[in-house]
Design a protein around this ligand. Structure first.
Ligand code: MSP
Length: 518
């Protein structure tokens, strides 16, 4: 099977579904925000887009969290799932669907999917003893432990013994190797691909996929003494949301043109189990998996179980939503781990949003107001910036297409820098009204139009403000890159508004620091 995911003009993007044992933190926002920005980018690119996120509500971890609160698991899940929904809304993250694994549609899809695997002969009864980490909801071998503890959480593992149903993962070794061999970019970055492939090559063992010791799970359709192991139900969310077993037209339209975004600790589930499960159920594996690193705080993973977690909604209220969105997309490239620091966020805000973008907008609107009676002139067809733009736009498009918003934003900001340099060189604020002044201001307005378009996926609210301030009326959302990302389309003769500073400086030495930082 050869998958040409690059050719697909339908773009479905998913995040992992988050456990509801606690509230969302900036680490969760990091991935969900990338999915949101990529979805917005692909919409601008004219693709048909579907963006899915949600919550993972079964398993021992959630049952234990509910017990601690003296609630039933579903009462607890209702509260916490809503917190994720609310957080995404506050962060202007707009999924097309938010799936909860406790919904009837998911129970139906899980039953059908696993019944298909069972009927195809890839599930059998066996007995199992293993070392289990509740935090990960995963078994480990002795050799995988670090100092006898869970390698991810550093906590004690439990010895668990049960009669379980097993998925015959071992039967998929050759097929998985073939899938990886034929699709070199199936998992990116290549370090993660190699990690998954060497795990496969080291020999696959069958995996236990049901539990009798807990009740909080999706019942096994052919043996109701068992519920499915949480991971085994969770992965199926991706097909539930596309209508698996319920709406075959929708399912066949979207599957497998799906890009999964996942964190590095859940590679094995997504890059080994999940494609094998799909093959066992008789469907193609998803088209593409992109693995990102962790946001670290002082070298440690930001996590629900540690005190280092930061509430993204509180932080956005404090520093400004688009400041947080921009920082997360720009400063921690999607792939490696990245350090999250408040100072880094402020530095990035001041350098890029305030001194570069905000400054360009303020300068241009002030000079247009003073010298052109507030009416923006047209750009020059032969502007020196046209050449820059024509080169930069290629890099911007490539970066976003390759799941690299950070590089896309970096290239976009080069254009802003060049426009500011042009203003500094020509000093239009000192020039007499005339063709030359109009040409320079028109070029700068054109850069603002193009930049608003290109940064819309990252900072949609601010981009729309810029768009409106230079007199453009329609919603950026309805623009399409092929028609709009072309030099020279700012029509001129539009009213330019001189509003309040869009991104007041936040750093210590700024006049505004007292007002903007609580
Ligand atoms: N429920 C499973 C996923 C099932 S998907 C079928 C799960 N949930 S989780 O809430 O523990 O983690 C969800 C995602 O959040 C993971 O991809 C994880 O990498 C990501 N993050 C959690 N903390 C993070 C950081 N500090 N930084 C970046 N991402 C991190 O695993």
């Amino acid at each position: 099977m050869s998958i040409a995911y690059e050719d697909v003009k339908r773009f479905a993007v998913t995040t992992p579904i988050y456990y509801v044992n606690d509230a969302p933190h900036v680490g969760h926002a990091y991935c969900t925000l990338h999915a949101d920005a990529l979805a917005r980018w692909h919409r601008l690119a004219g693709d048909e887009v579907f963006f899915l996120t949600g919550t993972d509500e079964h398993g021992l971890k959630v049952q234990q969290a509910a017990d601690e609160k003296s609630m039933t698991p579903i009462e607890w899940a209702d509260i916490t799932s809503q917190r994720f929904k609310d957080a995404w809304e506050a962060l202007e993250i707009k999924p097309d669907d938010f799936i909860r694994t406790t919904e009837p549609r998911h129970y139906q899809a899980v039953s059908k999917f696993l019944q298909a695997i069972y009927d195809n002969g890839f599930i059998e009864l066996g007995s199992w003893e293993g070392l289990y980490c509740v935090g990960c909801e995963a078994y480990y071998t002795e050799s995988e432990l670090s100092d006898g503890n869970c390698p991810v959480h550093g906590t004690k593992v439990e010895v668990v013994q049960e009669e379980n149903y097993f998925f015959k993962l071992s039967k998929f070794q050759d097929k998985l190797e073939k899938l990886y061999g034929e699709n070199p970019n199936w998992v990116e970055p290549s370090t993660r691909r190699n990690e998954a492939l060497s795990f496969i090559k080291s020999g696959l063992q069958d995996i236990s996929i049901t539990r009798t010791s807990i009740k909080w799970g999706v019942p096994v359709p052919w043996d109701t003494n068992h519920v499915f192991y949480v991971w085994y139900d969770a992965l199926i969310n991706y097909v539930t949301a596309l209508g698996y077993g319920n709406d075959s037209e929708r399912f066949n339209t979207w599957w497998p043109s799906v890009h999964h975004l996942i964190g590095k600790e859940i590679v094995r589930f997504h890059c080994v189990w999940w494609p094998a499960m799909c093959m066992a159920a008789g469907i193609d594996p998803p088209n593409h998996i992109f693995v990102h690193g962790w946001l670290l705080v002082k070298g440690e993973k930001m996590s629900k179980s540690k005190l280092n977690k930061i509430d993204p909604v509180v932080l956005a209220e404090e520093v400004g939503l688009d400041t947080l969105r921009y920082h997360l997309l720009r400063d921690t490239p999607f792939g490696p781990d990245g350090d999250f620091t408040y100072e880094g966020l402020i530095r990035r805000h001041d350098a890029d949003l305030s001194n570069n973008l905000g400054n360009l907008l303020a300068r241009v609107s002030t000079v247009v107001s003073n010298k052109c009676a507030g009416i923006g002139p047209k750009p020059r067809e032969n502007s020196p910036l046209k050449k820059n733009f024509d080169e930069i736009i290629g890099r911007v498009r490539d970066a976003w297409e390759n799941t690299a918003p950070s590089a896309g934003l970096e290239a976009t900001f080069e254009l802003i820098y060049l426009a500011n340099a042009m203003l500094e060189q020509n000093e239009p604020w000192k020039m007499e009204p005339g063709v030359e002044l109009e040409g320079i201001l028109g070029d700068a307005l054109e850069v603002l139009r193009l930049v608003a378009l290109l940064i819309f996926p990252a900072i949609p609210k601010s981009a729309q403000v810029i768009w409106n301030r230079i007199g453009l009326e329609a919603e950026i959302e309805s623009a399409r890159l092929d028609d709009a990302a072309i030099w020279g389309l700012y029509p001129g003769s539009l009213p330019v508004t001189k509003g309040s500073p869009l991104f007041p400086r936040l750093g210590k030495n700024s006049k505004n620091s007292g007002e903007s930082k609580k």
